[in-house]
Design a protein around this ligand. Structure first.
Ligand code: ATP
Length: 465
């Protein structure tokens, strides 16, 4: 093995044999930046406190004529307790191999047999150092993840609202977060489903673990398995290297499957199988990996209607909906609009270094008449645009670009919508017409439309009719 040009690595050797210590130091200091020697294991804690060792070479027995290895185990435990990322290589005598194997199970990295060949010792120490580097990297990533989680956690405080409807949501979050139950979050686009999913994670016992978000709406049919379950190198043309899927990455943490209503029937079956077995195998591999995840799902689609129409599997629905949270649309909590609007005003004032001081009463009341098909996201964007564009201190109705989207009030508007062939718009127009025909009688309107009362109600709510 070639000697490194710039020496790195800090090694501590703890052994009661002075000759061995001296010989090791002479050889190892040619290869490592620091080689500390210690005869007395009692000194280990203060040494570890004062120096950041990459590898600790530790003897198994320190008392004369004792060969039980108990002391080695004891000190191994102490070291790992002080630094869970410590890399400890045990020094064992020939014949102690069984003992060393046991020690590896207890957390040691490797062992070297006495008397050792220098080159072999060096190879063991180099690979131990690489392990130390990875361990430190993982530790660093973990602490960053914690920090990110903490920052996102503040988002929980940022779920703005005081209306009874949103308070009910807060209560449900509080109640379900501490459990490990699967949660299905329903609600129109932009109502805050992802925010709620993060809030559940950040208030759960898994808060220090990962939160993995998968937008199923954007995962293509062909890449679904590879994305979610991972793949082995060579499993298909583009599989250039082994890759973990989202399930594996989320292990120990929370997996948030957004837009679950967009999944085709064959993919629903694949997802269900994994959720049932709690095991995944990477594409191209037979090895099964146990999965421990907390599952959160969200959709803006009417899953119950889709089950009736055979577009969504009932068994999958029952697996994901242990607890259900239905987020109110913005038009159903108009009283929250001033609060939300002022929150976004502050946010964008800061972001764009502007000093718009308030939103006029006129603008707020205009906002409360708007239909908000894009819900809070639309409100947020309206405020962003208004803050950027406004020259005045007070935002006026003209600063907002309100369209009457979703509220055609005359035949011309209806025809325009019909000409655009937008199914949702057509549905809205149809429902409005039938309701008018039956003077708002839901039973008669539902029967004419071929819907159950509850699915008509759901649509009325969805479209804010
Ligand atoms: N109650 C709320 N308070 C503050 N901001 C909110 C609230 N609800 C939503 N938002 C903001 O609105 C935007 C959309 O939120 P989010 O992505 O959570 O909605 P969603 O329901 O998951 O949307 P989609 O269905 O389109 O995926 C985000 O920028 C979020 O910060």
């Amino acid at each position: 093995m070639t000697e490194k040009n710039t020496k790195s690595g800090k090694i501590l050797i703890v052994d009661d044999n002075e000759d061995l210590l001296k010989a090791a130091k002479i050889f190892l200091k040619r290869h490592f930046a620091l080689v500390d020697l210690e005869k007395n294991p009692e000194a280990i804690p203060s040494l570890i406190n004062n120096e950041n060792y990459d590898v600790i070479l530790l003897d198994m027995n320190f008392t004369k004529d004792v060969s039980s290895g108990k002391e080695g185990y004891y000190w191994l435990e102490q070291i790992l307790e002080m630094d869970p990322s410590a890399v400890v290589v045990l020094i064992t005598a020939y014949g102690d191999v069984q003992m060393a194997v046991k020690a590896i199970k207890a957390g040691a990295t490797d062992f070297v047999l006495k008397p050792w060949e220098n080159e072999k010792l060096l190879a063991t120490l180099y690979s131990a150092m690489r392990l130390r580097e990875s361990k430190l990297e993982i530790e660093d990533l973990r602490s960053k993840q914690k920090e990110i989680n903490l920052q996102i956690n503040n988002k929980y405080d940022n779920i703005i609202g005081q209306s009874p409807a949103i308070r009910k949501t807060f209560e449900t979050i509080d109640r379900v977060a501490v459990t490990d139950a699967n949660v299905l979050i329903l609600g129109e686009n932009g109502t805050g489903k992802e925010m709620v999913a993060r809030a559940i994670h950040n208030n759960s016992p898994r808060r220090d673990k990962v939160f993995v978000n998968v937008d199923l709406g954007s995962v293509s049919e062909t890449l679904f398995e590879s994305e979610l379950f991972g793949h082995k190198k060579g499993a298909f043309t583009d599989a250039k290297e082994d890759r973990a899927g989202r399930f594996e990455i989320a292990n120990g943490g929370t997996l948030f499957l957004d837009e679950i209503g967009n999944l085709s029937m064959p993919l629903q079956a694949k997802l269900l199988a994994v959720l049932q077995n709690r095991k995944v195998s990477r594409v191209g591999s037979n090895k099964e990996i146990n999965i421990d995840i907390r599952l959160l799902c969200a959709t803006n689609m009417p899953l119950y209607d889709m089950v009736k129409e055979n577009k969504f599997r009932q068994d999958l629905l029952y697996r994901i909906n242990t607890i259900e949270i239905e987020l109110p649309s913005l038009r159903n909590r108009l009283e929250d609009i001033p609060l939300l609007a002022n929150h976004f005003l502050d946010h964008y004032n800061k972001k764009y270094s502007k000093s718009v001081s308030k939103i006029s009463e006129g603008a707020l009341s205009r906002m409360q008449k708007h239909h908000w098909p894009g819900n809070v996201r639309e409100l947020q964007h309206s405020l962003e645009r208004a803050v950027i564009m406004s020259n005045s201190q007070v935002l006026q109705p003209e600063d907002f670009n309100f369209t009457n989207q979703g509220q055609p009030s005359n035949n011309d508007a209806e025809n325009v919508m019909l000409d655009q062939f937008k199914l949702e718009e057509v549905e809205k127009i149809l429902i409005r017409k039938v309701l008018k025909k039956y003077n708002g009688n839901i039973t008669q309107a539902a029967s004419e439309l071929g819907l159950t009362r509850s699915s008509l109600y759901r649509r009325l709510e969805k479209y804010g009719l």
